[in-house]
Design a protein around this ligand. Structure first.
Ligand code: SF4
Ligand code: SF4
Length: 96
């Protein structure tokens, strides 16, 4: 189960699911059609701190190869992940 920030419980990387967790909105249909910018993770910079995972309101960030990845089918492009990444490993790119 996805841990919540309000619980203030330390979360280890091994506890993070390998697939997106849609708990925030229980999303069942793709909802990214209206997104005009998408977050892109620079895997060279990412240190796998999971801060973006904890703050993503839609639960579409998941761990991958010791870092994180994003399920673009459900990411709405809110940019919160970019704002909370302290080392600037996430940049927004325009949708084409
Ligand atoms: S907040 Fe930044 S450094 Fe931390 S896991 Fe996310 S992308 Fe990587
Ligand atoms: S842009 Fe918003 S919905 Fe998409 S991964 Fe980042 S925080 Fe989650």
């Amino acid at each position: 189960m996805k841990p919540y920030l309000r619980d203030k419980i330390p979360v280890g990387f091994e506890e993070i699911p390998d697939a997106p967790a849609y708990e925030a909105g229980y999303l069942v249909t793709k909802n990214a059609g209206w997104r005009n910018k998408r977050p892109v993770i620079n895997s060279q910079k990412c240190v796998g701190c999971l801060r973006c995972y904890m703050y993503c309101p839609d639960g579409v960030i998941y761990k991958k190869d010791g870092k994180v990845d994003i399920d673009y089918d459900f990411c709405k492009g809110c940019e919160i992940c970019r704002k909370v990444c302290k080392i600037g490993a996430i940049e927004m790119e325009a949708e084409k």
